[in-house]
Write a protein that binds this ligand. Structure first.
Ligand SMILES: [Zn+2]
Length: 223
């Protein structure tokens, strides 16, 4: 899942520069690729060199793309593995946000979800240039294994719950627009307004907005 439209503006961390020194072996597949709609296969070869390499390269690609999450089908691998990270960013207007380090989840499964639903905006590396408001449970429990096969459980709310649901959907061939019932809840990123209280505070979106409005007074329009 991506919080921001695709651009490198937000990618200025030292760790990322190190990662960019290496060429990525994995690439995002186009949204027309049918793999995005397949049910991904469970993973059995815990601890294998193949799985360690897949997880590492997925994490590198996720970081390079400044995405909060990435699922294997997005790189053409129809297997049940996702990587997620919630940075310590300023998610203005987003409740219950807390940073979560980069985490690999193999064979993740949602085993519980609250009945309380929350609507939040989502974007996706596989659907560039679009965003949409998606209604999902605000709190979930996920059981998964690490790359060595050790089981663990995550009780998640806030953005972590959102990202986990988005990425686990990818493993079942579901893309976020599938969960949007009102056409008006899906929009092209370039239509975001300069005074939008959430997006105008996001540095990447602001850069796009200011480029679109070169005579704007910069911060003056930001909520
Ligand atoms: Zn996605």
């Amino acid at each position: 899942m991506r919080f921001q439209p695709r651009t490198r503006v937000a990618c200025e961390g030292g760790a990322l520069k190190v990662r960019l020194a290496f060429r990525m072996a994995l690439n995002l597949i186009p949204e027309s690729d049918p793999v995005l709609r397949d049910i991904a296969k469970p993973i059995a070869d815990y601890g294998s060199r193949r799985l360690l390499r897949l997880a590492g390269e997925m994490e590198d690609l996720r970081a390079e793309e400044c995405a909060l999450g990435l699922a294997a089908p997005q790189v053409g691998v129809s297997e049940r593995i996702i990587v997620v990270e919630i940075p310590d960013d300023d998610f203005v207007g987003i409740p219950e946000t807390y940073p979560v380090p980069a985490t690999v989840l193999v064979n993740p499964e949602i085993v519980w979800e609250t009945e309380q639903l929350i609507k939040l905006p989502e974007g996706c590396l596989s659907l560039c240039g679009m965003m949409g408001n998606v209604l999902r449970p605000s709190r979930i429990q996920v059981e998964a294994r690490d790359v060595e096969g050790n089981p663990f459980s995550i009780l998640a709310d806030g953005w972590l719950a959102r990202v986990l649901q988005h990425e686990i959907d990818h493993l079942d061939g579901i893309l976020y627009p599938d969960r949007i019932e009102e056409p008006g809840e899906l929009w092209i990123v370039e239509t975001v307004e300069l005074n939008d209280p959430v997006w105008s505070r996001n540095p990447t979106v602001r850069e796009i907005l200011e480029r679109r409005n070169p005579n704007s007074p910069g911060e003056a329009g930001m909520a």
